[in-house]
Design a protein around this ligand. Sequence first.
Ligand code: SAM
Ligand code: SF4
Ligand code: SF4
Length: 340
Amino acid sequence: MAVVDHFQRPLRSLRVSVTDRCNLRCDYCMPEDEYLWLPREDILTFEETSALVDVFLDLGVDQVRITGGEPLLRRNVERLVRQLAGKPRIRDLALTTNAVLLARQAGALKEAGLHRLAVSLDTLRPDRFTRLTRADALGDVLAGIDAAGEAGFSPLKIDTVVLRGINDDEIGDLLAYARARRAEIRFIEYMDVGGATRWTPEAVFSRREILDAVARQHGPAAPVSELSSAPADRYRLADGTVFGVISSTTEPFCDACDRSRLTADGVWLLCLYATDGMDLRNLLRRGASAEELRTLVSRRWRARTDRGALERLGSDRRSAFIPLASLKRDAHLEMHTRGG
Ligand code: SAM
Ligand code: SF4
Ligand code: SF4
């Protein structure tokens, strides 16, 4: 029986970041030249991560997503995948990656027992990719996506953040690219999360505009009716192609939010917009028992009132959520530390 929070939302999904490092510098996530990194000695070992995941499984979590930073930068990440895949209470074990290193790791991840993969891809144009990420790596990403298909990750998910004036003219092409690989693409609205220091309301390309852009190239899409706490609303084109829209900024889904996040150094965050979290690493390293951790975590979840994106809707003259000066003091406020 899942523990529920103040608004009756169950504790069901956990995002586990395994590193705060990344090999890209996406403009909507890591636009700065310098970053404060988590101290190496604070990063959880796989054994520690696994022990903390067990605490959450005891409390009803059944979906785990490995993320980062870039999770494929964490050495031997497939060992953690194998460890987690051995836990039958995890019904859905997924990993989110920018795919730069995926071509050489897809087979090992599949073999280790990973259920699902999501790849982030915002453009199909090499020059634009380089401008958006500060790395000339589109060829590696596309090779990674092909390798994931060959390794048997099907259907693959592709996540695209849409930025006005940057890649909104590629919505139709990205959808066609995903369809040709039988991948399901999800278009994500640009969020003003910590780290997105260049965010402006004008740069948000809304769900309505995304659907219009799809319709112009592929015809109208009908909503797929389904009962789910997943953030993506799914749509179907006349030819059967299904895609998703995650309207986190204009129509947030906080009321159904069952997810929380564990940073690579073991800080547990109740919301993407939370400004602090619970330091489970410290508790674990000081010898707290599983029973003690379960009690603290369930007590904290029961008191949860976070609805970050919904509350942001009400703020006038909206700009970046966390000032740069605060990000420079606390790496935990960064999107690349909390894992998206
Ligand atoms: N590095 C991996 C990747 O990019 O897939 C995993 C971590 S990344 C933080 C997870 C997801 O967060 C990515 O799909 C990324 O596009 C998304 N993301 C980062 N900053 C965002 C923002 N400001 N608005 C919306 N999505 C964002
Ligand atoms: Fe881009 Fe993901 Fe790295 Fe952020 S963590 S800069 S979204 S690849
Ligand atoms: Fe959940 Fe917070 Fe995101 Fe709302 S803003 S969906 S409460 S993580």
